[in-house]
Design a protein around this ligand. Structure first.
Ligand code: A3P
Length: 291
């Protein structure tokens, strides 16, 4: 597949973006949410696909006759506009399944207002900054629609400066955290908790969504969304998406907490921590970088 050269970042309402996420902006902003829509919101690489697949199995796992479709088609990406694929908004407008499961990476302040007007349920997933940076680095290496990552040192600096698609990690996770304090329809999950306490987090998710699956169903979902199982599942592992080069790195890469230790030097870690303290000094949200 011929794709244009890797896109350039630019400032968009104070957030770094590429045209693959802003090119359809009027339609994104005017998107009409439905009251039973469920939005999965994340900063990139926080476990979006994991939670998307959990929700897909919970809602449609056994009943949907068209189950055999890749997760990125079943949970459309709201703001996405890439060559050769229909825009996310258009796919969503044409979806007749209920509820619609919708993916977004938008920071809270850029979310289309109809999600608030319709009081939709929102599942936000957050992952610690260091593992997010590492995962994002490998993702940008293998995804042709992302900007060139450059070397790790340079990439890390850019991460700290928010020169990433979807901007500053710090603003994203704290913005959604603040919103959650006053908005009861947001469930704020942590990737690290999902890794360590998968069953408990699955229960929280079900209770938030008003679902009461049987123990058997829950076990089936839990088994289906384990890292190794998802990694082998071509409907969940993105292997059918030609913009990704799995020879460079698979999408389902490691699925671990603490892989940052294999990438950060001691000096990089110290500098990162110092900067982190400053950027996160006004928030109560706490992350774990090991489990
Ligand atoms: P790594 O690159 O650290 O392996 P997103 O879907 O938001 O792009 O996030 C992708 C990250 O979530 C990748 O992290 C991927 O491996 C991890 N991931 C996906 N499914 C997972 C699962 N079932 N268990 C643990 N991690 C998972």
């Amino acid at each position: 597949m011929e794709l244009p050269p890797q896109p350039k970042l630019f400032d968009f309402h104070g957030v770094s973006m590429t045209n693959y996420f802003t090119g359809n902006w009027d339609n994104v902003q005017n998107f009409q949410a439905r009251p039973d829509d469920i939005l999965i919101a994340t900063y990139p690489k926080a476990g979006t696909t994991w939670v998307s697949y959990i929700l897909d199995l919970l809602y449609f796992g056994q009943t949907d006759p068209e189950h055999q479709r890749p997760i990125f088609e079943k949970v459309p990406f709201l703001e996405l506009l890439i060559p050769l694929y229909p825009p996310g908004v258009e796919v969503l407008d044409n979806l007749t399944t209920s509820p619609r499961l919708i993916k977004t990476h938008l920071p809270v302040q850029l979310l289309p207002k109809s999600f608030w007007e319709q009081n939709c349920r929102i599942v936000y997933v957050a992952r610690n900054a260091k593992d997010s940076a590492v995962s994002y680095f490998h993702f940008d290496r293998m995804n042709q629609t992302q900007p060139e990552p450059g070397d790790w040192n340079n990439f890390l600096q850019r991460f700290m400066d928010g020169k990433m698609v979807f901007g500053l990690w710090y603003d994203h996770v704290t913005g959604w955290w603040e919103k959650k304090q006053t908005h009861s329809k947001i469930l704020y999950l942590f990737y690290e908790d999902m890794v360590e306490y998968t069953g408990r987090e699955l229960d929280r998710l079900c209770s938030f969504l008003g679902l009461s699956p049987s123990a058997e169903e829950k076990e089936r979902v839990r088994g289906g969304v384990q890292f190794d199982t998802m990694k082998k599942n071509s409907m969940a592992n993105y292997s059918t998406l030609p913009i990704m080069d799995f020879k460079i790195c698979p999408f389902m890469r490691k699925g671990k907490v603490g892989d940052w230790m294999n990438h950060f030097t001691v000096a990089q870690s110290e500098q990162f921590d110092e900067d982190y303290k400053k950027k996160m000094k006004n928030t109560t949200v706490q992350f774990r970088t090991v489990v």
